[in-house]
Design a protein around this ligand. Structure first.
Ligand code: G6P
Length: 614
Protein backbone atom coordinates (compact mmCIF):
# COMPACT_ATOMS: atom_id res chain seq x y z
CA UNK A 1 0.00 0.00 0.00
CA UNK A 2 1.03 3.64 -0.27
CA UNK A 3 4.13 4.74 1.59
CA UNK A 4 4.72 8.22 2.99
CA UNK A 5 7.89 10.01 4.06
CA UNK A 6 8.19 13.64 5.18
CA UNK A 7 11.26 15.56 6.25
CA UNK A 8 12.09 18.96 7.72
CA UNK A 9 15.57 19.78 8.97
CA UNK A 10 19.18 20.66 8.18
CA UNK A 11 19.93 17.84 5.68
CA UNK A 12 19.59 18.03 1.95
CA UNK A 13 16.05 16.72 1.57
CA UNK A 14 16.05 14.77 -1.70
CA UNK A 15 18.45 11.99 -0.58
CA UNK A 16 16.47 11.65 2.67
CA UNK A 17 13.22 11.29 0.75
CA UNK A 18 14.69 8.79 -1.67
CA UNK A 19 16.22 6.69 1.08
CA UNK A 20 12.89 6.76 2.95
CA UNK A 21 11.03 5.64 -0.16
CA UNK A 22 13.56 2.86 -0.72
CA UNK A 23 12.86 1.61 2.78
CA UNK A 24 9.13 1.67 1.98
CA UNK A 25 9.37 -0.07 -1.39
CA UNK A 26 8.46 -3.39 0.22
CA UNK A 27 4.93 -2.20 0.94
CA UNK A 28 4.08 -2.61 -2.78
CA UNK A 29 3.56 0.34 -5.17
CA UNK A 30 3.18 1.24 -8.81
CA UNK A 31 4.40 4.85 -9.00
CA UNK A 32 6.31 7.31 -6.85
CA UNK A 33 6.96 11.00 -6.40
CA UNK A 34 8.55 13.70 -4.27
CA UNK A 35 7.98 17.39 -3.60
CA UNK A 36 10.40 19.72 -1.89
CA UNK A 37 10.92 23.41 -1.53
CA UNK A 38 13.95 24.87 -3.20
CA UNK A 39 15.64 27.12 -0.65
CA UNK A 40 17.06 29.60 -3.13
CA UNK A 41 14.33 29.91 -5.71
CA UNK A 42 11.36 29.59 -3.36
CA UNK A 43 9.94 27.06 -5.80
CA UNK A 44 8.03 23.82 -5.31
CA UNK A 45 10.10 21.11 -6.99
CA UNK A 46 7.83 18.16 -7.82
CA UNK A 47 8.95 15.01 -9.64
CA UNK A 48 6.70 11.98 -10.19
CA UNK A 49 7.07 8.84 -12.24
CA UNK A 50 5.16 5.67 -13.02
CA UNK A 51 6.84 2.37 -12.11
CA UNK A 52 9.75 1.63 -9.86
CA UNK A 53 11.78 4.08 -7.79
CA UNK A 54 14.66 3.70 -10.25
CA UNK A 55 12.50 5.55 -12.81
CA UNK A 56 11.88 8.37 -10.35
CA UNK A 57 15.57 8.55 -9.44
CA UNK A 58 16.52 8.73 -13.10
CA UNK A 59 14.09 11.58 -13.61
CA UNK A 60 15.44 13.48 -10.61
CA UNK A 61 18.92 12.85 -12.04
CA UNK A 62 21.49 15.40 -10.99
CA UNK A 63 19.04 18.17 -10.16
CA UNK A 64 20.84 20.17 -7.56
CA UNK A 65 18.01 21.38 -5.37
CA UNK A 66 18.98 22.86 -2.04
CA UNK A 67 15.88 21.90 -0.07
CA UNK A 68 15.33 21.33 3.63
CA UNK A 69 11.69 20.36 3.62
CA UNK A 70 9.93 17.79 1.50
CA UNK A 71 7.53 14.88 1.17
CA UNK A 72 7.72 11.61 -0.77
CA UNK A 73 5.25 8.91 -1.68
CA UNK A 74 4.98 5.45 -3.19
CA UNK A 75 1.49 4.93 -4.63
CA UNK A 76 -0.55 1.73 -4.81
CA UNK A 77 -3.36 2.69 -7.17
CA UNK A 78 -6.93 2.86 -5.87
CA UNK A 79 -8.53 5.78 -7.76
CA UNK A 80 -7.15 6.00 -11.27
CA UNK A 81 -4.57 3.89 -13.09
CA UNK A 82 -0.89 3.89 -12.18
CA UNK A 83 0.45 6.92 -14.11
CA UNK A 84 2.59 9.97 -13.64
CA UNK A 85 -0.48 12.24 -13.43
CA UNK A 86 -2.07 10.14 -10.71
CA UNK A 87 1.14 9.74 -8.70
CA UNK A 88 1.51 11.86 -5.55
CA UNK A 89 2.29 14.57 -4.46
CA UNK A 90 -0.72 16.61 -5.61
CA UNK A 91 -1.12 20.34 -5.30
CA UNK A 92 -3.89 22.84 -4.53
CA UNK A 93 -5.26 25.10 -7.28
CA UNK A 94 -2.67 27.82 -6.66
CA UNK A 95 0.25 25.38 -6.67
CA UNK A 96 1.38 26.49 -3.22
CA UNK A 97 0.50 23.32 -1.27
CA UNK A 98 1.92 19.85 -1.95
CA UNK A 99 0.25 16.84 -0.36
CA UNK A 100 0.73 13.06 -0.14
CA UNK A 101 -1.95 10.71 1.07
CA UNK A 102 -2.54 7.14 2.21
CA UNK A 103 -6.10 5.78 2.35
CA UNK A 104 -9.35 6.63 0.62
CA UNK A 105 -11.45 9.80 0.53
CA UNK A 106 -14.85 8.23 0.03
CA UNK A 107 -16.84 11.34 -0.95
CA UNK A 108 -14.23 12.60 -3.40
CA UNK A 109 -16.60 12.55 -6.41
CA UNK A 110 -19.15 14.92 -4.81
CA UNK A 111 -16.44 17.28 -3.59
CA UNK A 112 -14.74 17.25 -6.98
CA UNK A 113 -17.93 18.13 -8.78
CA UNK A 114 -18.63 21.01 -6.39
CA UNK A 115 -15.11 22.41 -6.93
CA UNK A 116 -15.30 21.93 -10.70
CA UNK A 117 -18.41 24.13 -10.66
CA UNK A 118 -16.22 26.78 -9.09
CA UNK A 119 -13.84 26.37 -12.05
CA UNK A 120 -11.16 24.53 -10.15
CA UNK A 121 -9.32 22.30 -12.64
CA UNK A 122 -8.12 18.79 -11.89
CA UNK A 123 -5.18 17.02 -13.46
CA UNK A 124 -5.67 13.51 -12.10
CA UNK A 125 -8.34 10.93 -11.38
CA UNK A 126 -7.34 10.63 -7.73
CA UNK A 127 -9.21 11.26 -4.51
CA UNK A 128 -5.91 12.71 -3.22
CA UNK A 129 -6.00 15.68 -5.55
CA UNK A 130 -9.52 16.42 -4.32
CA UNK A 131 -8.20 16.63 -0.75
CA UNK A 132 -5.30 18.88 -1.81
CA UNK A 133 -7.60 21.22 -3.75
CA UNK A 134 -10.17 21.28 -0.95
CA UNK A 135 -7.56 22.21 1.66
CA UNK A 136 -6.40 24.90 -0.78
CA UNK A 137 -9.86 26.49 -0.76
CA UNK A 138 -9.49 27.08 2.99
CA UNK A 139 -5.94 28.34 2.76
CA UNK A 140 -6.02 32.14 2.64
CA UNK A 141 -3.71 34.93 3.71
CA UNK A 142 -5.03 34.91 7.26
CA UNK A 143 -5.36 31.14 7.65
CA UNK A 144 -2.43 28.92 8.47
CA UNK A 145 -2.04 25.57 6.71
CA UNK A 146 -2.80 23.89 10.03
CA UNK A 147 -6.15 25.74 10.28
CA UNK A 148 -6.96 25.07 6.63
CA UNK A 149 -6.54 21.31 7.19
CA UNK A 150 -8.55 21.51 10.42
CA UNK A 151 -11.47 23.07 8.55
CA UNK A 152 -11.27 20.88 5.47
CA UNK A 153 -11.16 17.63 7.46
CA UNK A 154 -14.80 18.02 8.48
CA UNK A 155 -15.79 17.77 4.83
CA UNK A 156 -13.76 14.65 4.05
CA UNK A 157 -15.27 11.21 4.60
CA UNK A 158 -13.27 7.98 4.68
CA UNK A 159 -10.01 6.77 6.17
CA UNK A 160 -6.81 8.56 5.36
CA UNK A 161 -3.56 10.12 6.45
CA UNK A 162 -2.04 13.22 4.86
CA UNK A 163 1.31 14.94 4.99
CA UNK A 164 1.58 18.33 3.36
CA UNK A 165 3.43 21.62 3.34
CA UNK A 166 3.12 25.03 1.78
CA UNK A 167 5.76 27.02 -0.06
CA UNK A 168 4.81 29.98 2.18
CA UNK A 169 6.25 28.23 5.22
CA UNK A 170 9.59 26.51 4.50
CA UNK A 171 9.96 25.03 8.00
CA UNK A 172 6.59 23.41 8.64
CA UNK A 173 5.09 20.06 7.70
CA UNK A 174 1.44 19.44 8.61
CA UNK A 175 0.03 15.94 8.97
CA UNK A 176 -3.30 14.39 9.80
CA UNK A 177 -4.04 10.76 10.68
CA UNK A 178 -7.29 8.84 10.53
CA UNK A 179 -6.96 5.03 10.49
CA UNK A 180 -3.94 4.85 8.18
CA UNK A 181 -0.73 4.75 10.22
CA UNK A 182 1.59 7.73 10.59
CA UNK A 183 4.70 7.86 12.75
CA UNK A 184 6.72 10.91 13.76
CA UNK A 185 10.49 10.37 13.87
CA UNK A 186 12.29 12.61 16.36
CA UNK A 187 15.71 13.99 15.51
CA UNK A 188 18.08 16.78 16.63
CA UNK A 189 17.39 19.85 14.53
CA UNK A 190 15.30 17.69 12.20
CA UNK A 191 12.06 15.74 12.32
CA UNK A 192 10.44 13.10 10.15
CA UNK A 193 7.05 11.65 9.31
CA UNK A 194 6.47 8.25 7.78
CA UNK A 195 3.80 5.67 7.18
CA UNK A 196 5.97 3.11 8.97
CA UNK A 197 9.05 3.02 11.13
CA UNK A 198 11.30 1.19 8.68
CA UNK A 199 11.59 4.45 6.69
CA UNK A 200 12.91 6.19 9.80
CA UNK A 201 15.44 3.58 10.96
CA UNK A 202 18.45 5.12 9.11
CA UNK A 203 17.91 8.37 11.05
CA UNK A 204 16.22 7.80 14.37
CA UNK A 205 14.67 5.16 16.60
CA UNK A 206 12.79 7.65 18.78
CA UNK A 207 9.27 7.76 17.39
CA UNK A 208 5.76 8.88 18.24
CA UNK A 209 2.92 6.72 16.92
CA UNK A 210 0.13 9.15 16.07
CA UNK A 211 -3.42 8.36 17.08
CA UNK A 212 -6.60 8.77 15.05
CA UNK A 213 -7.63 12.39 14.56
CA UNK A 214 -4.20 13.75 15.46
CA UNK A 215 -3.34 16.90 13.54
CA UNK A 216 0.38 17.62 13.70
CA UNK A 217 2.66 20.55 13.03
CA UNK A 218 6.25 19.51 12.58
CA UNK A 219 9.15 21.94 12.32
CA UNK A 220 12.86 21.15 12.43
CA UNK A 221 12.82 21.85 16.17
CA UNK A 222 9.32 21.04 17.40
CA UNK A 223 6.39 18.64 17.23
CA UNK A 224 2.93 19.88 18.23
CA UNK A 225 -0.04 17.53 18.22
CA UNK A 226 -3.64 18.69 18.33
CA UNK A 227 -6.32 16.05 18.80
CA UNK A 228 -9.44 16.75 16.76
CA UNK A 229 -11.17 14.14 18.91
CA UNK A 230 -10.68 15.95 22.21
CA UNK A 231 -10.29 19.41 20.62
CA UNK A 232 -7.12 20.01 22.64
CA UNK A 233 -3.32 20.03 22.31
CA UNK A 234 -1.95 16.70 23.47
CA UNK A 235 1.40 15.18 24.45
CA UNK A 236 2.14 11.69 23.07
CA UNK A 237 4.91 9.73 24.68
CA UNK A 238 7.86 8.83 22.38
CA UNK A 239 8.66 5.13 21.95
CA UNK A 240 12.09 3.62 21.35
CA UNK A 241 12.11 1.24 18.36
CA UNK A 242 14.26 -1.83 18.95
CA UNK A 243 14.71 -2.78 15.31
CA UNK A 244 17.88 -1.64 13.60
CA UNK A 245 18.71 -0.66 10.02
CA UNK A 246 20.65 -3.83 9.21
CA UNK A 247 17.61 -5.97 10.10
CA UNK A 248 15.78 -4.14 7.33
CA UNK A 249 18.57 -4.72 4.77
CA UNK A 250 19.31 -7.72 2.56
CA UNK A 251 22.74 -8.42 4.09
CA UNK A 252 24.07 -10.19 1.02
CA UNK A 253 20.95 -12.23 0.22
CA UNK A 254 19.51 -11.73 -3.29
CA UNK A 255 16.03 -11.20 -1.83
CA UNK A 256 14.49 -10.20 1.48
CA UNK A 257 12.24 -13.25 1.28
CA UNK A 258 15.20 -15.63 1.23
CA UNK A 259 16.91 -13.78 4.06
CA UNK A 260 13.72 -13.90 6.12
CA UNK A 261 13.29 -17.62 5.48
CA UNK A 262 16.80 -18.23 6.79
CA UNK A 263 16.08 -16.09 9.85
CA UNK A 264 13.34 -18.47 11.02
CA UNK A 265 15.43 -20.66 13.37
CA UNK A 266 16.75 -17.54 15.10
CA UNK A 267 13.27 -16.00 15.34
CA UNK A 268 11.89 -19.19 16.91
CA UNK A 269 14.82 -19.38 19.33
CA UNK A 270 14.23 -15.78 20.31
CA UNK A 271 10.51 -16.36 20.89
CA UNK A 272 11.20 -19.36 23.11
CA UNK A 273 13.82 -17.50 25.11
CA UNK A 274 11.35 -14.67 25.69
CA UNK A 275 8.37 -16.88 26.48
CA UNK A 276 9.80 -19.78 28.53
CA UNK A 277 10.78 -19.22 32.13
CA UNK A 278 13.70 -21.05 33.74
CA UNK A 279 11.20 -23.42 35.31
CA UNK A 280 9.79 -24.24 31.86
CA UNK A 281 6.57 -22.23 32.25
CA UNK A 282 5.11 -20.05 29.51
CA UNK A 283 5.09 -16.34 30.17
CA UNK A 284 3.70 -13.35 28.26
CA UNK A 285 5.25 -10.12 29.51
CA UNK A 286 2.52 -7.89 28.05
CA UNK A 287 -0.49 -9.76 29.45
CA UNK A 288 -1.47 -8.42 32.87
CA UNK A 289 -2.99 -10.42 35.71
CA UNK A 290 -6.53 -9.20 35.03
CA UNK A 291 -6.42 -10.32 31.40
CA UNK A 292 -4.72 -13.57 32.40
CA UNK A 293 -7.66 -14.28 34.72
CA UNK A 294 -10.11 -13.45 31.97
CA UNK A 295 -8.38 -16.00 29.73
CA UNK A 296 -9.25 -18.64 32.32
CA UNK A 297 -12.97 -17.90 32.00
CA UNK A 298 -13.32 -17.51 28.24
CA UNK A 299 -16.01 -19.78 26.75
CA UNK A 300 -15.52 -19.22 23.02
CA UNK A 301 -12.51 -18.11 21.00
CA UNK A 302 -12.53 -16.45 17.56
CA UNK A 303 -9.34 -16.26 15.48
CA UNK A 304 -9.65 -13.34 13.09
CA UNK A 305 -7.05 -12.33 10.50
CA UNK A 306 -6.18 -12.00 6.80
CA UNK A 307 -3.89 -13.72 4.30
CA UNK A 308 -1.05 -15.70 5.83
CA UNK A 309 -2.09 -14.68 9.34
CA UNK A 310 -5.45 -16.35 8.69
CA UNK A 311 -3.64 -19.64 8.08
CA UNK A 312 -1.81 -19.23 11.39
CA UNK A 313 -5.24 -18.70 12.99
CA UNK A 314 -6.50 -21.98 11.51
CA UNK A 315 -3.66 -23.87 13.19
CA UNK A 316 -4.27 -21.95 16.43
CA UNK A 317 -7.96 -22.91 16.36
CA UNK A 318 -7.22 -26.62 15.93
CA UNK A 319 -4.74 -26.44 18.81
CA UNK A 320 -7.03 -24.51 21.16
CA UNK A 321 -9.89 -26.97 20.74
CA UNK A 322 -7.61 -29.96 21.12
CA UNK A 323 -5.47 -28.83 24.05
CA UNK A 324 -7.42 -26.13 25.91
CA UNK A 325 -10.85 -27.65 25.10
CA UNK A 326 -12.36 -24.30 24.12
CA UNK A 327 -14.56 -24.06 21.09
CA UNK A 328 -12.96 -21.86 18.44
CA UNK A 329 -14.07 -20.25 15.17
CA UNK A 330 -11.69 -18.94 12.56
CA UNK A 331 -12.67 -16.25 10.10
CA UNK A 332 -11.05 -13.87 7.68
CA UNK A 333 -11.40 -10.34 9.02
CA UNK A 334 -13.38 -9.03 6.04
CA UNK A 335 -16.08 -11.68 6.61
CA UNK A 336 -16.05 -11.38 10.38
CA UNK A 337 -16.65 -7.64 10.42
CA UNK A 338 -19.67 -7.79 8.11
CA UNK A 339 -20.99 -11.11 9.41
CA UNK A 340 -22.72 -9.61 12.46
CA UNK A 341 -20.86 -11.99 14.82
CA UNK A 342 -22.59 -12.95 18.04
CA UNK A 343 -20.19 -11.84 20.75
CA UNK A 344 -20.27 -11.07 24.44
CA UNK A 345 -18.10 -10.86 27.52
CA UNK A 346 -17.27 -14.59 27.48
CA UNK A 347 -15.81 -14.41 23.98
CA UNK A 348 -12.14 -13.93 23.24
CA UNK A 349 -11.34 -12.49 19.82
CA UNK A 350 -7.71 -13.08 18.81
CA UNK A 351 -6.58 -10.72 16.06
CA UNK A 352 -3.48 -12.03 14.30
CA UNK A 353 -1.54 -9.57 12.19
CA UNK A 354 2.07 -9.01 11.17
CA UNK A 355 1.71 -5.30 10.47
CA UNK A 356 -0.88 -4.46 13.10
CA UNK A 357 -2.42 -2.09 10.55
CA UNK A 358 -4.52 -4.26 8.20
CA UNK A 359 -7.75 -2.30 7.65
CA UNK A 360 -10.13 -5.28 7.81
CA UNK A 361 -8.50 -6.71 10.95
CA UNK A 362 -8.60 -3.30 12.61
CA UNK A 363 -12.30 -2.99 11.78
CA UNK A 364 -12.90 -6.51 13.15
CA UNK A 365 -11.14 -5.54 16.38
CA UNK A 366 -13.33 -2.46 16.77
CA UNK A 367 -16.46 -4.52 16.06
CA UNK A 368 -15.45 -7.10 18.70
CA UNK A 369 -14.75 -4.39 21.28
CA UNK A 370 -18.03 -2.64 20.57
CA UNK A 371 -19.83 -5.92 21.27
CA UNK A 372 -18.10 -6.40 24.61
CA UNK A 373 -15.78 -9.30 23.71
CA UNK A 374 -12.25 -9.51 25.14
CA UNK A 375 -9.66 -8.78 22.46
CA UNK A 376 -6.12 -10.07 22.21
CA UNK A 377 -3.80 -8.98 19.41
CA UNK A 378 -0.97 -11.21 18.22
CA UNK A 379 1.17 -8.66 16.39
CA UNK A 380 4.67 -8.25 15.00
CA UNK A 381 5.00 -4.48 14.69
CA UNK A 382 5.38 -2.97 18.14
CA UNK A 383 3.19 0.06 18.76
CA UNK A 384 1.01 -0.52 15.69
CA UNK A 385 -2.66 0.49 15.79
CA UNK A 386 -4.07 -2.98 16.48
CA UNK A 387 -1.45 -3.57 19.18
CA UNK A 388 -2.49 -0.34 20.86
CA UNK A 389 -6.24 -0.74 20.56
CA UNK A 390 -6.67 -4.37 21.67
CA UNK A 391 -7.30 -5.15 25.37
CA UNK A 392 -4.03 -7.08 25.42
CA UNK A 393 -1.20 -7.72 22.99
CA UNK A 394 1.36 -10.46 22.53
CA UNK A 395 4.23 -9.57 20.23
CA UNK A 396 5.59 -12.18 17.85
CA UNK A 397 9.14 -10.71 17.81
CA UNK A 398 9.94 -11.73 14.23
CA UNK A 399 11.82 -8.46 13.53
CA UNK A 400 11.05 -6.39 10.43
CA UNK A 401 9.59 -8.45 7.58
CA UNK A 402 10.17 -6.72 4.26
CA UNK A 403 9.34 -9.39 1.64
CA UNK A 404 5.68 -9.05 0.70
CA UNK A 405 5.20 -12.81 0.96
CA UNK A 406 5.20 -13.55 4.66
CA UNK A 407 7.58 -16.27 5.91
CA UNK A 408 9.23 -15.67 9.28
CA UNK A 409 6.23 -13.69 10.52
CA UNK A 410 4.09 -16.80 9.83
CA UNK A 411 6.29 -19.25 11.77
CA UNK A 412 6.52 -16.65 14.54
CA UNK A 413 2.70 -16.40 14.62
CA UNK A 414 2.42 -20.18 14.77
CA UNK A 415 4.93 -20.42 17.62
CA UNK A 416 3.27 -17.62 19.57
CA UNK A 417 -0.25 -19.00 19.13
CA UNK A 418 0.82 -22.50 20.11
CA UNK A 419 2.54 -21.20 23.23
CA UNK A 420 -0.62 -19.27 24.06
CA UNK A 421 -2.68 -22.43 23.61
CA UNK A 422 -0.43 -24.51 25.88
CA UNK A 423 -0.45 -21.81 28.50
CA UNK A 424 -4.28 -21.62 28.36
CA UNK A 425 -4.52 -25.41 28.48
CA UNK A 426 -2.36 -25.35 31.61
CA UNK A 427 -4.20 -22.53 33.37
CA UNK A 428 -7.50 -24.36 32.73
CA UNK A 429 -6.08 -27.73 33.88
CA UNK A 430 -6.68 -29.39 30.51
CA UNK A 431 -3.17 -30.70 30.06
CA UNK A 432 -1.23 -32.86 32.53
CA UNK A 433 2.04 -31.55 33.96
CA UNK A 434 3.93 -34.34 32.18
CA UNK A 435 2.36 -33.67 28.78
CA UNK A 436 2.95 -29.95 29.19
CA UNK A 437 6.64 -30.48 29.90
CA UNK A 438 7.01 -32.96 27.04
CA UNK A 439 5.46 -30.43 24.69
CA UNK A 440 7.76 -27.65 25.91
CA UNK A 441 10.74 -29.98 25.50
CA UNK A 442 9.71 -30.84 21.93
CA UNK A 443 9.10 -27.15 21.21
CA UNK A 444 12.70 -26.34 22.17
CA UNK A 445 13.95 -28.63 19.39
CA UNK A 446 11.93 -26.88 16.66
CA UNK A 447 14.47 -24.08 15.89
CA UNK A 448 17.23 -26.64 15.20
CA UNK A 449 14.85 -28.78 13.10
CA UNK A 450 13.93 -25.70 11.16
CA UNK A 451 17.63 -24.97 10.51
CA UNK A 452 18.11 -28.57 9.32
CA UNK A 453 15.35 -28.20 6.72
CA UNK A 454 16.83 -24.93 5.54
CA UNK A 455 20.16 -26.65 4.91
CA UNK A 456 18.41 -28.76 2.25
CA UNK A 457 17.99 -25.72 -0.03
CA UNK A 458 19.55 -27.46 -3.07
CA UNK A 459 16.93 -30.21 -3.26
CA UNK A 460 14.09 -27.67 -3.38
CA UNK A 461 15.96 -26.00 -6.22
CA UNK A 462 16.04 -29.28 -8.20
CA UNK A 463 12.34 -29.87 -7.69
CA UNK A 464 11.43 -26.31 -8.69
CA UNK A 465 13.53 -26.63 -11.87
CA UNK A 466 11.63 -29.76 -12.81
CA UNK A 467 8.27 -28.01 -12.53
CA UNK A 468 9.07 -24.37 -13.22
CA UNK A 469 7.01 -24.19 -16.42
CA UNK A 470 3.85 -25.69 -14.92
CA UNK A 471 1.00 -23.30 -14.22
CA UNK A 472 -1.32 -25.33 -11.96
CA UNK A 473 -0.57 -26.88 -8.60
CA UNK A 474 -2.73 -28.62 -6.05
CA UNK A 475 -1.72 -28.65 -2.36
CA UNK A 476 -3.24 -31.23 -0.01
CA UNK A 477 -3.03 -31.60 3.75
CA UNK A 478 -5.06 -32.79 6.71
CA UNK A 479 -5.63 -31.63 10.28
CA UNK A 480 -3.14 -28.99 11.38
CA UNK A 481 -1.36 -29.34 8.02
CA UNK A 482 -4.45 -28.45 6.01
CA UNK A 483 -3.61 -24.79 6.79
CA UNK A 484 -0.05 -25.59 5.63
CA UNK A 485 -1.52 -26.64 2.26
CA UNK A 486 -3.39 -23.32 2.08
CA UNK A 487 -0.27 -21.37 3.03
CA UNK A 488 1.94 -23.25 0.55
CA UNK A 489 -0.52 -22.55 -2.25
CA UNK A 490 -0.80 -18.90 -1.26
CA UNK A 491 3.02 -18.50 -1.30
CA UNK A 492 3.25 -20.00 -4.78
CA UNK A 493 0.55 -17.85 -6.35
CA UNK A 494 1.71 -14.67 -4.59
CA UNK A 495 5.23 -14.72 -5.93
CA UNK A 496 5.38 -17.05 -8.94
CA UNK A 497 1.90 -16.18 -10.32
CA UNK A 498 1.23 -19.88 -10.99
CA UNK A 499 -2.25 -20.99 -10.04
CA UNK A 500 -2.22 -22.99 -6.83
CA UNK A 501 -5.08 -24.33 -4.78
CA UNK A 502 -4.88 -25.60 -1.21
CA UNK A 503 -7.41 -28.28 -0.29
CA UNK A 504 -8.25 -30.52 2.64
CA UNK A 505 -7.03 -33.89 1.35
CA UNK A 506 -10.27 -35.63 2.34
CA UNK A 507 -12.18 -33.28 0.07
CA UNK A 508 -10.14 -34.25 -3.00
CA UNK A 509 -12.70 -36.83 -4.03
CA UNK A 510 -15.41 -34.15 -4.02
CA UNK A 511 -13.94 -32.17 -6.87
CA UNK A 512 -10.18 -31.66 -7.34
CA UNK A 513 -9.70 -35.30 -8.29
CA UNK A 514 -11.18 -34.37 -11.65
CA UNK A 515 -8.02 -32.36 -12.32
CA UNK A 516 -5.59 -35.21 -11.80
CA UNK A 517 -3.72 -36.49 -14.83
CA UNK A 518 -0.06 -36.97 -15.77
CA UNK A 519 0.43 -33.21 -15.95
CA UNK A 520 -0.98 -32.29 -12.56
CA UNK A 521 1.55 -31.80 -9.73
CA UNK A 522 0.06 -32.39 -6.29
CA UNK A 523 1.97 -31.32 -3.23
CA UNK A 524 1.06 -33.66 -0.39
CA UNK A 525 1.87 -32.69 3.17
CA UNK A 526 2.13 -35.99 4.97
CA UNK A 527 4.29 -35.98 8.11
CA UNK A 528 3.67 -38.57 10.83
CA UNK A 529 0.27 -37.72 12.24
CA UNK A 530 -3.06 -39.12 13.38
CA UNK A 531 -4.32 -38.89 9.79
CA UNK A 532 -1.15 -40.16 8.09
CA UNK A 533 -2.83 -43.36 6.76
CA UNK A 534 -5.65 -41.33 5.26
CA UNK A 535 -3.10 -39.09 3.54
CA UNK A 536 -1.41 -42.16 2.09
CA UNK A 537 -4.75 -43.35 0.66
CA UNK A 538 -5.14 -39.95 -1.00
CA UNK A 539 -1.63 -40.19 -2.43
CA UNK A 540 -2.45 -43.64 -3.85
CA UNK A 541 -5.55 -42.15 -5.48
CA UNK A 542 -3.38 -39.50 -7.13
CA UNK A 543 -0.86 -42.09 -8.32
CA UNK A 544 -3.61 -44.29 -9.71
CA UNK A 545 -4.52 -41.38 -11.99
CA UNK A 546 -0.89 -40.67 -13.03
CA UNK A 547 -0.68 -37.45 -11.02
CA UNK A 548 2.74 -36.07 -10.04
CA UNK A 549 3.32 -36.48 -6.30
CA UNK A 550 5.58 -34.04 -4.47
CA UNK A 551 5.54 -35.15 -0.85
CA UNK A 552 6.62 -33.64 2.45
CA UNK A 553 7.04 -36.44 4.98
CA UNK A 554 8.86 -37.42 8.15
CA UNK A 555 12.56 -38.23 8.06
CA UNK A 556 13.29 -41.86 7.21
CA UNK A 557 9.89 -42.57 5.64
CA UNK A 558 11.15 -44.72 2.76
CA UNK A 559 7.65 -45.90 1.77
CA UNK A 560 6.43 -42.40 1.15
CA UNK A 561 9.67 -41.53 -0.62
CA UNK A 562 9.12 -44.45 -3.01
CA UNK A 563 5.58 -43.36 -3.70
CA UNK A 564 6.64 -39.82 -4.60
CA UNK A 565 8.16 -38.18 -7.66
CA UNK A 566 9.92 -35.75 -5.29
CA UNK A 567 10.24 -36.13 -1.54
CA UNK A 568 11.26 -33.65 1.17
CA UNK A 569 11.79 -34.83 4.67
CA UNK A 570 11.22 -32.99 7.91
CA UNK A 571 12.46 -34.06 11.34
CA UNK A 572 9.92 -35.91 13.50
CA UNK A 573 7.99 -33.66 15.87
CA UNK A 574 4.63 -33.77 17.67
CA UNK A 575 1.85 -33.31 15.11
CA UNK A 576 0.68 -29.93 16.45
CA UNK A 577 4.20 -28.48 16.15
CA UNK A 578 4.77 -29.83 12.65
CA UNK A 579 3.22 -26.86 10.75
CA UNK A 580 6.29 -24.82 11.79
CA UNK A 581 8.41 -27.32 9.83
CA UNK A 582 6.26 -28.49 6.92
CA UNK A 583 5.79 -24.94 5.66
CA UNK A 584 9.51 -24.39 5.09
CA UNK A 585 9.95 -26.64 2.01
CA UNK A 586 6.83 -24.95 0.59
CA UNK A 587 8.29 -21.47 1.12
CA UNK A 588 11.46 -22.63 -0.60
CA UNK A 589 9.57 -24.20 -3.49
CA UNK A 590 7.58 -21.01 -4.07
CA UNK A 591 10.71 -18.89 -3.83
CA UNK A 592 12.65 -20.97 -6.37
CA UNK A 593 9.68 -21.13 -8.74
CA UNK A 594 9.45 -17.33 -8.62
CA UNK A 595 13.16 -16.84 -9.24
CA UNK A 596 13.20 -19.34 -12.13
CA UNK A 597 10.27 -17.54 -13.71
CA UNK A 598 12.00 -14.17 -13.35
CA UNK A 599 9.43 -12.73 -10.95
CA UNK A 600 9.93 -9.79 -8.64
CA UNK A 601 10.10 -11.93 -5.48
CA UNK A 602 10.02 -9.20 -2.86
CA UNK A 603 7.47 -6.98 -4.56
CA UNK A 604 5.09 -9.19 -6.53
CA UNK A 605 2.71 -7.42 -8.88
CA UNK A 606 -0.48 -5.91 -7.42
CA UNK A 607 0.29 -7.02 -3.87
CA UNK A 608 1.00 -4.90 -0.84
CA UNK A 609 2.71 -5.78 2.41
CA UNK A 610 0.36 -3.84 4.59
CA UNK A 611 -3.20 -3.55 3.33
CA UNK A 612 -4.55 -0.38 4.88
CA UNK A 613 -7.64 0.00 2.68
CA UNK A 614 -10.73 -2.21 2.60
C1 G6P B 1 -1.15 -8.78 2.83
C2 G6P B 1 0.26 -9.34 2.83
C3 G6P B 1 0.26 -10.75 3.43
C4 G6P B 1 -0.35 -10.71 4.82
C5 G6P B 1 -1.75 -10.07 4.82
C6 G6P B 1 -2.23 -9.79 6.23
O1 G6P B 1 -1.95 -9.48 1.96
O2 G6P B 1 0.77 -9.39 1.52
O3 G6P B 1 1.59 -11.22 3.51
O4 G6P B 1 -0.45 -12.01 5.31
O5 G6P B 1 -1.71 -8.81 4.15
O6 G6P B 1 -1.38 -8.82 6.81
P1 G6P B 1 -1.15 -8.65 8.34
O7 G6P B 1 -0.17 -7.53 8.45
O8 G6P B 1 -2.48 -8.31 8.95
O9 G6P B 1 -0.61 -9.93 8.87
Amino acid sequence: MCGIIGYVGYRNTIPVLIQGLEQLEYRGYDSAGIACLSHKEDNLFIVKEKGKLSALKEKIGDFDVDAHIGIGHTRWATHGEPSRANAHPHTDATGRIALVHNGIVENYAVLKMAMQKKRIRFESQTDTEVAAKLIGTYYHKKTSLFDAVKQAIDELHGFFSFVLFSKDDPDTLVAYKRSNPLVVGLGQGENFLASDVTALLPYTRQVIYLEDDDLVTLTSKSVSIYSLKTRSWVKRRPTMVHWNVSQAQKQGYPHFMLKEMYEQPEVLRNILSKRLTKKGDIYFDTVNKKFHNQLKRVKQVHMVSCGTAYHAGLVGAIAIEKFAHISCRTQVSSEFRYGNPILGKDDLVVLITQSGETADTLAALREAKAKGAKTLAVVNVVGSTIAREADAVIYTHAGPEIGVASTKAYTAQLATLLLLVFSMAKMRNKISKEDFHLMVKAFKRIPEYCARILREGKSFERCARKHSSRRNFLYLGRGCNYPTALEGALKLKEISYAHAHGYAAGEMKHGPIALIDHEQPVICIAPESSTYDKMISNIQEIRARDGIVIAIGSEGNKDLEKMSDSFFSIPKAPEILSPMLTVIPLQFFAYRMAVLNGRDVDQPRNLAKSVTVE
